[in-house]
Design a protein around this ligand. Sequence first.
Ligand SMILES: Nc1ncnc2c1ncn2[C@@H]1O[C@H](COP(=O)(O)OP(=O)(O)OP(=O)(O)O)[C@@H](O)[C@H]1O
Ligand SMILES: Nc1ncnc2c1ncn2[C@@H]1O[C@H](COP(=O)(O)OP(=O)(O)OP(=O)(O)O)[C@@H](O)[C@H]1O
Ligand SMILES: [Mg+2]
Ligand SMILES: [Mg+2]
Lengths: 229, 229
Amino acid sequence: IVELKGVHKVYKLGKVEVPALKGIDLTISSGEFAVIAGPSGSGKTTLLNLIGCVDVATRGAVNVDGHDTATLSESKLTRLRLDRLGFIFQSFNLVGVLDAFDNVEFPLLLQGNLTKAERRARVEAIMDSVGLRDTMRHRPNELSGGQRQRVAIARALVTRPRIVMADEPTANLDSTTGHQIIDVMKRLNHDEGTTFIFSTHDPKVMAQADRSIELIDGRISQTSVRDDG
Amino acid sequence: IVELKGVHKVYKLGKVEVPALKGIDLTISSGEFAVIAGPSGSGKTTLLNLIGCVDVATRGAVNVDGHDTATLSESKLTRLRLDRLGFIFQSFNLVGVLDAFDNVEFPLLLQGNLTKAERRARVEAIMDSVGLRDTMRHRPNELSGGQRQRVAIARALVTRPRIVMADEPTANLDSTTGHQIIDVMKRLNHDEGTTFIFSTHDPKVMAQADRSIELIDGRISQTSVRDDG
Ligand SMILES: Nc1ncnc2c1ncn2[C@@H]1O[C@H](COP(=O)(O)OP(=O)(O)OP(=O)(O)O)[C@@H](O)[C@H]1O
Ligand SMILES: Nc1ncnc2c1ncn2[C@@H]1O[C@H](COP(=O)(O)OP(=O)(O)OP(=O)(O)O)[C@@H](O)[C@H]1O
Ligand SMILES: [Mg+2]
Ligand SMILES: [Mg+2]
């Protein structure tokens, strides 16, 4: 469902070039629970941004859900991101002037497929599953770090995407809450076949992966598939 | 060096009151490596903000480094925060328009005690110790999450504060980098007697604590001191 061939990403910093990805070949199958692990600065966020169509590669092909993303028009890309993909950002990217409920509802409003009552039911259900029942009317600056992270998680999952990019989704969560979130994701993966692609440092997430990709200094150093017999 | 007596913190959310701390009594000795642990939303950041003089209690006394912080004038509080305290924020709070080097140098400029060459030497040394030698001229949006976290760490330590409030300082770091940062802090604690007060979910940090305080739903449920014999 995701295929990268010869992918390079070079950032420009004034005159200096910063190569963040140095030739990535990667295939992820539909329904996988895949983890990208690696040191800080190794390129995990950069890789997730390309797969999630939030950024474009400098070189190479990025195929997502059957599309060569380089050939899609801006409106087709927007449609793909909204309808098929979910993105949990490492720095959350919440809308500061909206409360938690409205932040989570936002993509449903953009999609325009549900009635107000249907949206409300869905938002309340997903927020309840990540433990945010009591803080739905807080704005982001009135929430704890882990609560903001969970608003970002709820927002990514509320549209029932086919592929979820999760960039360190448990970084700000204690062990119990982290397990709760991983269980929600595992259940979606199991029941709906949702593909999950994580960037993480959290051993609890790595333990659940059926596929692990190690990134070091912009290159894949090894990938392993879990063989549970 | 830090003493809280009967401390309450109530946030106002429109007409609703959100009690975040519900009667905290706490003493931390000079030179301690103390950890505040607890679930997401339990009040850790709120507690650190009071100790770090970034917020004020609704009720109760907060004594820091010999001062009753409620009695200090705004300028005395500013002086205390700048000269004696260091704060690593959970959401970093970097200055977006300044590069990493300038972000770390900033408190030294405010203090005005060092020459330009002395500032430069100190900034480079601290940034090197947290692994940021190659990214000193990147601005925050040109850094990875873990790199931004380390800029926040370097900035808090560059003034050689007496007390460091560290709010989840390893959340975005892989295991190796996390250990590196904890070693830097342990060394400062051992060589300089710097007091460290962490909020963390990271078992690696908890393992180093000589004092652990458990916060649940705004109250201290237990505190334990490590007895290494
Ligand atoms: N400005 C605010 N207005 C209203 N409620 C707030 C505000 N700031 C924090 N809260 C609430 O106070 C409680 C404690 O927040 P705090 O940030 O101290 O938690 P925390 O222990 O640091 O959590 P985490 O581990 O997720 O960072 C939370 O339930 C949060 O929703
Ligand atoms: N806009 C940019 N301009 C220049 N360099 C950048 C930019 N964004 C990221 N980088 C650099 O690219 C490299 C990879 O960044 P990336 O955010 O993908 O790392 P990461 O693996 O997600 O790290 P972390 O675990 O710390 O989140 C880093 O060295 C970073 O400094
Ligand atoms: Mg990252
Ligand atoms: Mg917090």
